[in-house]
Design a protein around this ligand. Sequence first.
Ligand SMILES: [Zn+2]
Ligand SMILES: [Zn+2]
Length: 203
Amino acid sequence: MNTMIHCPKCSSEVLVETPALGNIPLDVCPACSGIWFEKGELEALLRQSQGGGQADLQLIAPKPEGQDCPACKVKMSHGGLVNPLLLVDKCEACGGVWLDARELELVKKLLGLTGGDSVVKVARPSSSPAAAPARDPKLILIKIAAAVGAVAGLVGLSYQMYLYFSPPETVSRTPSLAVAVVSVLLFAGGVLALNWGKEDRWR
Ligand SMILES: [Zn+2]
Ligand SMILES: [Zn+2]
């Protein structure tokens, strides 16, 4: 089984293997939900469906104008599957069949099969670099402490300014330069710590 099969329709998408349909591991495109059947897999899946006999899956009136085979990269044949009007791509080299999202359902309807699901959705692998990294609980605690520090510093500085700018006879305390300096440092330090994690320095 190939590890990296690209979707013949959405070339940037890598097919995801899933046993969601009839326990046969099929390769499904996460974007268009098309299904890649390696040689024999479509026959096996149809046999698993209720009343599935031996269906003739030779293409009807095949023309060499299909998409590129996702496995061998050669041009697939484009022709009718079960019915001349249901046009699909089949690789003559490896025997694989590509079905668009709803084509499996049509194949089953044409064969009079009713059992099992016909459409499967897969998610892209979560190991992609775009996935969000797990949040470190320690970092969250540090952030909370930084936020509390910044707010405390701001409150302290505001109080000192209130004391400083108010007429001396209306306030009971005199402004303290030391408290003001500590407040400024607390505020600046808190804001700095809050922004630190964003630059990935603590990850
Ligand atoms: Zn696709
Ligand atoms: Zn092929």
